[in-house]
Design a protein around this ligand. Structure first.
Ligand SMILES: C[C@@H](N)C(=O)N[C@H](C)C(=O)O
Ligand SMILES: [Zn+2]
Length: 729
């Protein structure tokens, strides 16, 4: 028997849990579940974190996760069973079962059932209807029919190209061959015989472990949960126990499953089925020759590298325990030391492409062609280690005059003002899609990039008028993105192989939401004025607020909170005044004078802010915007006279410059790490950041315009009105 002889599974599992908890805590992952399976079933399972938002519901083998692409293993099992009973021929053309299935095929050859199973059909990734972002329900038949409006990307059988659409076709083939609706067939053939009672093809939020979306340069938010037409590819939810029941039947077969990716871990063969869907990243890896499998389920979006590391670690623990060898230790990366970070921060170029290294929130980040991620230290190496991308090493010489990354050496250089993008391209830069699934189009080094599915960046090639093509490898290999324009020539929609994504104006959309309380601002201010700020320790410095524009009249005063032109849509200051503590004001003025060398000056938007305004923001904004306002129980650094909301204006014209997003816009565009917009916008953003950092300020992690003076802790939170402030010159 394989059950826990000599505590093998127990020991391996417990070590895996320690590693899982390290990753969970370091990355703030709601939960991670791990299971070890043999032909006898689940021999060990455990989990870290909680299944509910309140942190009360502990994890166990019954905790339910959405499993994304792992669903394909169930669909493949159904197809295998239909083939075994002679109802389906794996090598028959799909048209034998679906005669009207006719996507455009300029390559010749026919798609077979096996091509669909192995992602070798040449079909596009997503069907025009019922795709993974489509909130409008579509039947399997409608989803499959919509593919007739698409073209094959390669000759059937000739290349692997992942396709959820292909699994929808497969499910439709199965229902024709099996003579019953797909879900019924799947239940009867795969789920019920294995007593997989917690597994369902219908997304049911109430039974799911709480999970989070976690985009690199945006706020975390709850994942969308809905059913689509590609349910047979990525729609299932399941538990460790149910997946174990499914997995135990995979041992002893010539090939454990008809789907899945074959690989090798330390000379051990492994067949992996993996999944990623809104908020969840999952994996089921079978080590057939070793007689065990590892199930890993994580309640966070797009975290494949983290999951794979944990899976490998668990498998190595099992192998070592079984062979009585020394078990490997887990190695968590560490933050890059401050000195190294400051040495590396800067702009680098190889002549054609650039690489940026930035410090934000005392952490180090790299932005390179097609990648944006945190840089961390692993031993003495500097490596990319983020949720969605991990492993690449960055090398530099001792003075950081150059860095080598992904085989390219970049020289440190002054980032010269980038050219305006061509009008043609500028019109398409922006966000497309839906709040749960945003496609971002941006310009970098004069090239066009798309960020898809929240984490993957691809350089696009021009493919005709208003059309761009994805590269030959990746999620949307060879597919085309076609734009339509509105009457101003701005992108109105992006069409990705028939999936039509409307253009989104994040500035306007978020403004509508944040201004919803505009009629009540006066009442909210009155209410906030009755409240008291948090008590302050006695030993802080005596405030010495000075009026910055009076000390330096060449700055431009634009105190939005004294006007209706702010995110609240209503004025709440009596007069437009901009105070800071004297040393902070001096630093800001020095930055302003330095920027003049580049032709810019500083726009003063908000400095010292009485506490009542911070309290009012907290009450007025929707919960999802809270990361963009300070917690009044702590007070804002503005309340201490030590924060500045600023932008830049051109000295030549007096015009405030355009950044990637608006001032006070509660969206990803406000992040100082936002990988979007144009190079020129990001260049201006970095210019301001660098000028302020050189004078002792730190940019706020969510807002390119907000800078904290380093000594803010020494000053008290205040609630005095501008007209009560004396001195000021
Ligand atoms: C509200 C915005 N302008 C801002 O200043 N946010 C920071 C977080 C603050 O309120 O301190
Ligand atoms: Zn601010």
């Amino acid at each position: 028997a394989s059950t826990n002889i000599d505590g093998v599974w127990q020991r391996a599992g417990e070590a895996a849990l320690v590693a899982a908890e390290q990753e969970r805590a370091a990355r703030n992952i709601p939960s991670i579940a791990v299971g070890i399976v043999t032909r006898d079933g689940l021999v060990w399972s455990g989990g870290v974190g909680h299944a509910d938002a309140e942190g009360k519901q502990p994890l166990d083998g019954n905790t339910v996760y959405r499993i994304g692409g792992l669903t394909q293993a169930f669909t493949a099992e159904l197809v295998r069973s239909l083939a075994a009973s002679g109802k389906l021929d794996l090598d028959a053309p799909v048209t034998r079962y679906l005669p009207s299935f006719q996507p455009r095929n300029t390559f010749g050859g026919e798609i077979t059932v096996r091509h669909l199973l192995e992602h070798r059909s040449g079909l596009v990734r997503m069907p025009p209807r019922g795709h993974h972002a489509d909130l409008e329900s579509a039947t399997l038949a409608e989803t499959v029919t919509s593919l007739n409006a698409t073209a094959l990307m390669s000759q059937p059988g000739s290349a692997v190209k992942y396709s959820d659409a292909g699994y929808a076709v497969l499910a439709h083939v199965a229902e024709v061959a099996g003579g019953k609706p797909f879900e019924k067939l799947l239940a009867e053939t795969v789920l019920t015989p294995r007593s997989m009672t917690q597994t369902s093809l219908r997304a049911d939020k109430s039974s799911l472990a709480v999970a989070t979306m976690a985009p690199f340069d945006g706020e975390r938010f709850a994942p969308a949960v809905f059913d689509t037409g590609v349910v047979a590819s990525l729609g299932a939810q399941s538990s460790t126990k149910d997946l174990a029941r499914f997995t135990q039947d995979l041992f002893g077969r010539e090939a454990p499953t008809l789907s899945g990716e074959r690989g090798v871990l330390d000379r051990h063969d492994v067949v992996s089925l993996s999944g990623a869907t809104y908020g969840y990243t999952t994996d089921l890896s079978v080590f057939p020759a070793d007689g065990f499998a590892v199930i890993t389920l994580m309640a966070i979006d797009s975290a494949q590298p983290v999951l794979k590391r944990l899976r490998d670690f668990t498998a190595r623990q099992v192998i070592a325990a079984k062979t009585k060898q020394r078990r490997p230790a887990s190695e968590l990366s560490t933050k890059v030391p401050v000195g190294t970070a400051h040495r590396l921060q800067g702009h680098y170029s190889d002549g054609a492409h650039s690489l940026d290294i930035r410090i934000v929130d005392q952490r180090l980040f790299v932005e390179a062609p097609g990648l944006a991620a945190e840089l961390r230290q692993r031993g003495s190496r500097l490596v990319v280690d983020d949720l969605a991308v991990s492993g690449d090493e960055l090398q530099s010489d001792s003075k950081a005059r150059s860095v080598t990354f992904r085989g390219v050496t970049y020289q440190r250089t002054n980032w010269e003002r980038p050219a305006e993008p061509t009008a043609d391209l500028a019109g398409f830069v922006g966000e497309y899609g839906w709040p749960h699934n945003i496609l971002r189009v941006y310009e970098r080094d004069g090239d066009v990039y798309a960020r898809v599915e929240w984490s993957q960046h691809y350089k696009l090639e021009k493919a005709g008028k208003d059309a761009y093509r994805f590269p030959a490898a990746g999620l949307y290999a060879n597919e085309e993105l076609r734009f339509t324009r509105d009457e101003r020539g701005i992108g109105a929609a992006a069409n990705l192989s028939g999936v039509v994504m409307p253009h989104r104006d994040l500035g306007a959309e978020t403004e509508i939401r944040s201004r919803a309380n505009a009629p009540f601002i006066a009442a909210l201010v009155a209410n906030a004025r009755k409240m008291s700020p948090p008590a302050q320790p006695a030993n802080l410095r005596k405030p010495d607020l000075v009026e910055v524009n009076k000390l330096e009249p060449t700055t431009k005063l634009d105190v939005r909170y004294a006007t209706t032109e702010n995110f609240m849509g209503a004025p709440f200051y009596d007069s437009p005044r901009f105070f800071m503590q004297r040393p902070a004001a001096s630093g800001l003025i020095r930055a302003h004078r330095k920027l003049a060398e580049q032709g810019f000056g500083i726009v003063l938007i908000d400095g010292y802010r009485p506490w009542y305004a911070t309290r009012m923001f907290w009450d007025a904004v929707p919960p999802e915007s809270r990361p963009f306002v300070a917690d009044p129980s702590q007070g804002s650094r503005h309340n201490r006279g030590c924060a500045a909301d600023i932008s830049m204006f051109e000295l030549a014209t007096g015009k405030t410059v355009e950044m990637a997003g608006r001032y006070d816009e509660p969206s990803a565009r406000s992040s100082p790490l936002y990988v979007g917009g144009t190079s020129l916008q990001r260049w201006r953003r970095d210019l301001l950041k660098n000028a302020m950092e050189a004078e002792g300020f730190d940019v706020y992690v969510n807002e390119w315009w907000h800078f904290d003076y380093g000594e803010w802790r020494n000053y008290p939170v205040m609630n005095v009105d501008f007209n009560e402030i004396g001195g000021g010159s």
